[in-house]
Each structure stands twice: as C-alpha cells, then as structure tokens.
Design a protein around this ligand. Structure first.
Ligand code: E4P
Length: 217
C-alpha cells in the first residue's frame, strides 16, 4: 500500500519525504488555504520534493470550469493529479480530463455506488473519506472493504485512496483490506512511529552502554 501525505505544508512534506516513506501527496482547498501564498508555487515545490502523484483540487463547480482549472493545474508539473468532487459535473470533467491523459482523483466519495461511477468515467483514484463517515456514526472502514471488493470485479483499474484518516488503526486496516493508497495528515504519520517500548528500550540500551564506558574509564 502506498503512503501519501495529506497536507499543503512544504515544511512537513519535506521532513517526511526525507525519511523515504512518502509515495505522493494529496491537498485540498482547505489545506492550501491554511498555508496562504501562491498555491501554484506550493504545488510545484511539493512535486519537486516528492516526485510522485500530487493531487491539487479544482474549486469550480461546472464541468467546463473544472476542466479549465484541471488543465491549468496539470500544466504545473507532470506529477499533478487533478482532484474533482463527486458531482455530476465532476464526473463529466473526470471523463474529459482522463481522456486527455490527465490523472484524476475523484474526491468526497461516501458510498460504493459513487466509487463505481467515478471508476466508470476513468478516475485514476477514488477518495472515500473514512473519518468523516465515522464522525456521523457510520462505518468508514466498512466502506473501504465494500469498494475494494467491488473494484476486484468492476474497478476498471481505478485505485482506492483512503482519505480522511484519523489514526494508525485506519492505516493498518486499509492495508489489510487491500486498499491501494492511504493518505495521512502529518500528525497521523507521526503516530505511526510511536511505541513507548521503543523509546524505553532505546533509553535502556544507551544507559547500559554509557555505564559500561564509565566503568572502563
Ligand atoms: C483527501 O484527499 C482529503 O484531503 C482529506 O483526507 C480530508 O480529510 P479530513 O476529513 O480530515 O478533512
């Protein structure tokens, strides 16, 4: 399973990419608005750092507007994947952009039928939002299982990109279910590193080593 970082922060992406664990990045208008500055320059810089798929999202609501913005985003860098919302207009835009060779990530997916329709119009990725489903008392990961199973038979090559991830359990479950990609905010990636026994173990190794050196001296 590939790991994408869900962030518009060049600093955070740079730090994680230097560890060699980042396969791509997803952004959305909320994440880029938080950064301020020129979003095109930010996306370009992220593409240089990661050298993998980087999703940039359109904000137009008509198919024509999305196609225009999508072409503009795609021109920033060959690594750009155009993100469109799951609407009727979004599907039209996805079909056109995909037929032009631009990779499209259909976002705001909350059901298996939506994922299937997006796959039918050539989406490279579908982004089901697990955390937001959990937030309203639905089973976010249940949807991932449904889409992975469906795509095994009728996925048209579209990848399942698990989004709106809130913690390590979402990540591991996604992998066990056979999702293609999980996109995590930097704070969740940070949680993936943590285990108190690792910290305690390392501290003990270093102390024992220091003690032995002091005895020798
Ligand atoms: C996905 O591509 C979205 O950017 C993101 O995962 C949304 O997550 P949120 O529900 O934490 O805002």
């Amino acid at each position: 399973m590939k790991l994408f970082v869900d962030s518009g922060s060049v600093k955070d992406i740079e730090a994680l990419a230097s560890l060699g664990i980042v396969d791509g990045v997803t952004t959305n208008p909320s994440l880029l608005a938080k950064e301020g500055g020129d979003y095109r320059a930010i996306l370009k810089r992220i593409c240089e750092i990661v050298q993998g798929p980087v999703s940039g999202e359109v904000v137009a609501t008509s198919a024509a507007g999305m196609i225009r913005e999508g072409r503009d985003l795609a021109a920033i860098d060959p690594h750009i994947v155009v993100k469109v919302p799951f609407t009727r207009e979004g599907l039209k835009a996805c079909r056109t952009l995909s037929s032009e060779g631009t990779r499209v990530n259909v976002t705001l997916i909350f059901s298996a039928p939506q994922a299937w329709l997006a796959a039918k119009v050539g989406a490279t990725y579908v982004s089901p939002f697990v955390g937001r489903l959990d937030d309203v008392g639905a089973a976010g990961m249940g949807l991932i299982q449904e889409i992975v199973d469906l795509f095994d038979h009728a996925g048209y090559g579209t990848e399942v990109l698990v989004a709106s991830v809130r913690g390590p359990l979402h990540v591991i479950e996604a992998g066990r279910m056979g999702a293609d990609v999980v996109t995590c905010p930097p704070a969740v990636v940070e949680q993936l590193f943590k285990h108190p026994l690792t910290d305690i173990g390392l501290e003990r190794f270093l102390k024992d080593w220091e003690k032995a050196q002091a005895v020798k001296a």
